[in-house]
Design a protein around this ligand. Structure first.
Ligand code: 5GP
Ligand code: ZN
Length: 113
């Protein structure tokens, strides 16, 4: 499949991987927007949030738990951090394999642009 993140999962292209288990992969974003900017993805290809199916609840929970665990490991969990998922064009999605952005190590304001 012609998917950038599937190629990182399959080691066809390099990724700066920081966590992996049987269902989840996490790697540093190539264009970080914060001192820590990690992308957390399911190993199964899911193009957008709109393509989630019944049965994917636990998988989504694992993505979220991974974000919190990585934030704790990196020491900014108590200070706070941001988790974002973009969906489709108006949501700012550019890679069509769902991914959770974990950003920490600086302050954020809301609403975002
Ligand atoms: P989106 O805009 O779809 O929510 O986020 C896609 C993210 O993937 C962007 O933050 C972008 O910097 C990142 N990205 C795009 N290409 C690559 C790549 O080849 N490797 C890595 N590690 N990140 C990438
Ligand atoms: Zn994919």
């Amino acid at each position: 499949m012609d998917c950038l993140f599937c190629k990182i999962i399959d080691r066809e292209i390099p990724g700066d991987i920081v966590y992996e288990d049987d269902e989840v992969l996490a790697f540093n974003d190539i264009n970080p927007q914060a001192p820590t900017h990690i992308l957390i993805i399911p190993k199964r290809h899911i193009a957008t949030l709109n393509d989630l199916a019944d049965g994917d609840q636990a998988l989504m929970g694992r993505l979220t738990q991974t974000a919190a665990t990585l934030a704790k490991e990196r020491g900014f969990a108590d200070d706070g951090y941001r988790v974002v998922m973009n969906c489709n064009e108006k949501g700012g999605q550019t890679v069509y394999h769902i991914h959770m952005h974990l950003m920490g190590g600086r302050g954020f304001t809301w609403p975002a642009g």
